[in-house]
Design a protein around this ligand. Sequence first.
Ligand code: C2E
Ligand code: CA
Ligand code: CA
Ligand code: CA
Length: 277
Amino acid sequence: AKEIGRNNYQFFTADMNQQIMERHLLETDLRRAAERKEFQLYFQPVIDMPEQKLKSMEALLRWKHPKLGSVPPSKFILLAEETGMIISIGEWVLKEACLQIKAWQERGYQVPRVAINLSARQFRCKTLVADITRILNETGVSPSSLTLEITESMLIQNVDEAVEILTQLRLMGFELSIDDFGTGYSSLGYLKFYPINILKIDRSFIQNIVSEPNDAAIIAAILAMAKTLKVAVIAEGVETQEQVTFLTQQGCNRYQGFYFSEPLTAEELESKLCASQ
Ligand code: C2E
Ligand code: CA
Ligand code: CA
Ligand code: CA
């Protein structure tokens, strides 16, 4: 037993060391990723039903690592957040999205709003509004071209401060959206305090909606409340026709998910844009 215990311990530490090593290597590479032009923005359509129109799109960050290949955000966003790198990465994302919007507009397209994910650290950054304003001025893009996505958990701590920042952003002309809605363990009632335009129902509720009465009930409650508050709803992670049928019956009409489209490159997305009149 003693022997096994020691082996387990050795195995455990070797594994730990490996994890620390990997994290360290990833951190070093992440610091250089922007200047080495390894980041790329993808755009996932949000579809308005039943017209099947492109209502908006979400900008999603991709890291093309020279050795590891495509590193998903789940592998590096938390690290970026913990090390503070998310501030400069977030600025890169916003600027890149604005440059892309501008390029599409100059090519004569009508460009629906592009949603940007703001991390908790960005949201709490004292210079958030100034940084955003600077990037919009540099690129010549209007706040009316953008939606800012934040998560519930960012709103729970320091409510007064959050309301103040959100009100300021709304007055500037940004659309505001609560991402991963339903995962924050907060009460639905607090929503009335925030100047929010959109709720995005988290994929975890959509996944088993057809078979899980509890998830279906939660979604029905969210849709009813959103209607009362005059807030739009996007169902995230929609993968099947059955989910769309069910959600449509419940009164949902905006969808984002692989059923309609995976995240696309700017070039691929462009083929879905319409010429402006
Ligand atoms: P999110 O904001 O909830 O973004 C939606 C995620 O769900 C994306 O994953 C998207 O590819 C995926 N998705 C969309 N439709 C489906 C579907 O039908 N089925 C399944 N299984 N997945 C679907 P992605 O791009 O890997 O991003 C993961 C998370 O990383 C995002 O979740 C967001 O929290 C974060 N993230 C991505 N880009 C950025 C960024 O630029 N800044 C920040 N701060 N976070 C980002
Ligand atoms: Ca999002
Ligand atoms: Ca989400
Ligand atoms: Ca998510």
